[in-house]
Design a protein around this ligand. Structure first.
Ligand SMILES: NC(=O)c1ccc[n+]([C@@H]2O[C@H](COP(=O)([O-])OP(=O)(O)OC[C@H]3O[C@@H](n4cnc5c(N)ncnc54)[C@H](O)[C@@H]3O)[C@@H](O)[C@H]2O)c1
Length: 393
């Protein structure tokens, strides 16, 4: 046995190689950072088949003890996790400014790494992590869960199908609660969080990139909470272009929890799609369609119900938009839902992302839905928006 921190015993290193060479063994996870979010995500990781959460570490002893007890894991120092050859995957859930150094150390120790978002708080650091991980054939992705939502997949199908015509523009309005974020929370300290675009916006830059491909930030601004010293950045906004499609993002953290609300709206030539909640649980499509179009839309959406708003007959079916003629037999509203509540869908996407990445650890021919390149791209968008917002007018 090896003594690491006072009173903490861990197994001496075994000769068994980690990860790719041990496909039949469980994938063993070490957690660094036992705070609010990792308590949630670990609850979902532990239900994944063939995954074992073996060790946890936190600079706050109470947080580490509690997580260790909840997970049936050993409470150790971070260095012990990195030094243990039995640990395959390190999940880092500390505040953002720590991600780069902790992820770098973990990759250098031969571990796969799943980092909470953002991957890093600068583009250079994010690029370095990607390069290191690629060179060492290790995973190093940020926990960008949005693209794993079945509603994100359905939205992509609708965009690509062009059943509602071309996508013209998108809008994400995020009126988030700050009730759990007291004045001294690291979230408000830009040196620790990276600012709202970096800490939070990365989720949505990645989601839209998963639909439309790479984006570019055109303009950005931010709003400070009046009367606060040091300054409190409480809202940010930016306009981007993704393959010709304009997208506007607004993220504000200024609402009581009961008023926390979000809406994603995609405007097409012949309709629109709305998703509700920041990890969307349900939504609605409204559009001018014919019978076949309605059927196909309903097949793409989970638990869909159609409500015709208007019917058209004869020459009424001939319509015109963007200089283009088209025909539609109805103006229809289609509601859809995952059937899960907010925490239900949140837990599902957290588990699905981890399962997708772990599948690659088991078998490197597995094609992941989220890569290191995606994780870096979201940091690039966030840092570009942040720089523009800071430069401000
Ligand atoms: N993917 C998501 O949907 C999602 C949601 C919420 C938070 N997050 C991310 O999760 C991360 C953590 O957020 P949180 O809300 O859990 O924060 P938190 O403050 O509740 O937890 C952070 C934990 O890290 C510990 N810590 C700090 N420095 C450490 C160090 N050097 N070594 C080990 N432990 C250390 C702290 O003691 C604390 O327990 C952030 O990056 C945040 O952006 C992601």
């Amino acid at each position: 046995m090896l003594v690491t921190t006072p009173g903490t015993l861990v197994s001496a290193p075994s000769v068994q190689p980690c990860g790719l060479a041990r496909e039949a063994s469980p994938v063993r996870v070490g957690l660094i950072g036992c705070g609010a979010f990792s308590r949630f995500s670990m609850h979902h990781y532990r239900t994944l088949p063939g995954v074992s959460i073996d060790m946890v570490a936190d600079i706050q002893p109470d947080a580490a003890h509690r997580a260790a007890a909840e997970l049936g894991a050993k409470d150790v120092a971070s260095e012990t996790i990195l030094a243990c050859p039995d640990i395959d995957l390190v999940y880092i859930a500390t505040p953002p400014a720590l991600h780069f150094q902790q992820a770098r150390s973990a990759i250098l120790a031969g571990k796969h790494v799943l980092v909470e978002k953002p991957l890093a708080t600068t583009v250079a650091d994010a690029e370095e992590l990607r390069a290191l991980a690629t060179a060492r054939r290790r995973i190093c992705v940020a926990n960008l869960i949005e693209r794993y939502n079945p509603l994100a997949g359905a939205t992509k199908q609708i965009i690509d199908s062009k059943l509602l015509g071309e996508l013209i523009h998108g809008l994400f309005i995020n009126e988030a609660a700050d009730e759990g974020l007291g004045r001294s929370h690291w979230f408000w300290d830009r040196k620790t969080s990276g600012g709202i675009f970096v800490e939070h916006g990365v989720h949505f830059f990645d989601l839209v990139a998963s639909w439309l491909g790479p984006g570019r930030v055109l303009s950005a601004s931010r709003g400070l909470r009046p009367g606060c010293d040091p300054p409190v950045e409480e809202q940010v906004m930016c306009t981007c272009r993704y393959n010709g499609v304009l997208f506007h993002f607004e993220h504000g953290f200024h609402q009581p929890s009961r008023m926390d609300r979000q809406e994603m709206r995609l405007v097409f030539e012949r309709g629109e799609l709305q998703l509700f909640d920041w990890v969307p649980t349900h939504g609605v499509v409204r559009g001018l369609v014919d019978d076949a179009g309605q059927t196909m839309l309903m097949q793409m959406l989970p638990q869909a119900n159609a409500y015709p708003l208007e019917w058209y007959e004869g020459t009424q079916q001939r319509l015109l938009g963007r200089f283009k003629p088209f025909e539609a037999s109805a103006y229809v509203e289609i509601t859809f839902t995952t059937g899960l509540d907010k925490l239900g869908i949140y837990g599902k996407v957290v588990g699905d992302l981890a399962a997708d990445q772990i599948a690659w650890i088991r078998e490197s021919t597995h094609v992941r839905r989220l890569t290191e390149a995606d994780s870096v791209a979201s940091v690039m968008m966030a840092c570009a928006a942040d720089e523009m917002a800071l430069a401000g007018p």
